[in-house]
Write a protein that binds this ligand. Sequence first.
Ligand SMILES: *Cc1c(COP(=O)(O)O)cnc(C)c1O
Length: 493
Amino acid sequence: MAATSGLEILEPSIFERGAPGRCGMDLPDPGRDARPAIPGSLLRKRPAALPEVSEVEVVRHFTRLSRRNFGVDLGFYPLGSCTMKYNPKACEEAASLPGFTGVHPLFPAALTQGALSVMWALEEALREVTGMAAVSLAPAAGAHGEWTGLRMIRAALRRRGENRTRILVPDTAHGTNPASSSLCGFQAVEVKSSEAGLLDPEAVARAMDGDVAALMVTNPNTLGLFERDLPRIAALVHEKGGFVYGDGANLNALLGKVRPASLGLDVIQLNLHKTFSTPHGGGGPGAGPVGAAPALEPFLPVPRVVRGEDGSLSLSEDFPDSIGRIRSFHGQFLVLVRALAYIRGLGAAGLRRVAEVAVLNANYVRRRLEGTYHLPYPGPCMHEVVFSDRRQARAGVHTMDIAKRLMDHGFHPPTVYFPLIVSGALMIEPTETEDKATLDEFIAAMLEIAREAEEDPGRLHQAPHRTSVSRADEVLAARKPVLTWPERGESPS
Ligand SMILES: *Cc1c(COP(=O)(O)O)cnc(C)c1O
């Protein structure tokens, strides 16, 4: 076993369990005729070296491992920019109704009116939330939505006979923004934020010329601050013939308060797996619908849900200016069901309350911790707050140490070292689903860690102390990952 990565599981693997001849269940031999006819050339020459284990061993092994996972159903998960909120189980229930799980994308429209009406109603709700003219539910993730929106911008520019090559991206942007820009064939150009951590109209005016296709902007930005000059900035971009792309991955703070379209955005993607009740962080699936203002609506991907004169719904590809299909079939349907259940369950007043409590919670954490942790951009925040390790760093304690120590207190660490413009960033997003008692426990842990940083910094360098896996050597784990389990008796390479 590699003794140095810190990632080793301190108990036998499933391959080390069991004994020859053990098995979970003995099925009767179905007889020669019932066996699938696999050509002899494809049959194994030697039996696979599979573990021979009983059913109870397997169940206990994987249940034990699963209990080492941390999830939002287990505790506070303030991972900034990720909106790890608790998702109502009623939304899961809706998504598991057999009428939804059993529907096939190749069924004719006559048999899928229910599924199509979910899509129609969700598009309508997201139009209301964003103020956009039309919505496509097709993109499968936030970054996929960004890429879709940028392709729509490129198509609109080509239609005008223009071949602009650059996208302005603020230095606070999520990494997917420059990545989507380059995947779309644009060059991302960084725009520096002002001292207040906001996009500066003058900086945008200086960077804006006839070669800039769009400004990509996140509001609230990743410092958790509201871009209050956005309407003026959008006007500047439009004046020079550019578009404004809105990264709406984290819409918690704006729900029912601000319609992004009213700030001058031409296209926006929403992450249903952050704001709208699909659990986020398990690697998918997600959904990143895009909303478009009238100027970009004709370019939305197909198929689109349309309503015929007789009131029936169908999917149509009859949109000549569309950028075309962007994926197989019609979006991550069950994620769409959850989002609609969530929106209908809360109603307009409930969505507004989400925004109010999300912002209140972040500001409560900010006020309670700003005397102890350095707050690089002072003043009220939106749904998340970004601290830095500057004060603790004087004692040699850094963001990583603070994050690891939080695990000993039973909390998932916040997002660390992002946004990049804050050195040693700790980006905390409490979300609206946490109560004051939980926030108080988290705050107490953060204050305790700050005290420990002064009194016993060494203890923080070794943290976490109480988890089943100790601190990993992340460099070694990345450079020399151990990805296979060795045969018995062999040591991993
Ligand atoms: C999460 C996030 C994205 C990317 O969304 P994915 O679904 O992970 O592709 C983009 N921008 C911001 C601001 C985000 O927080």
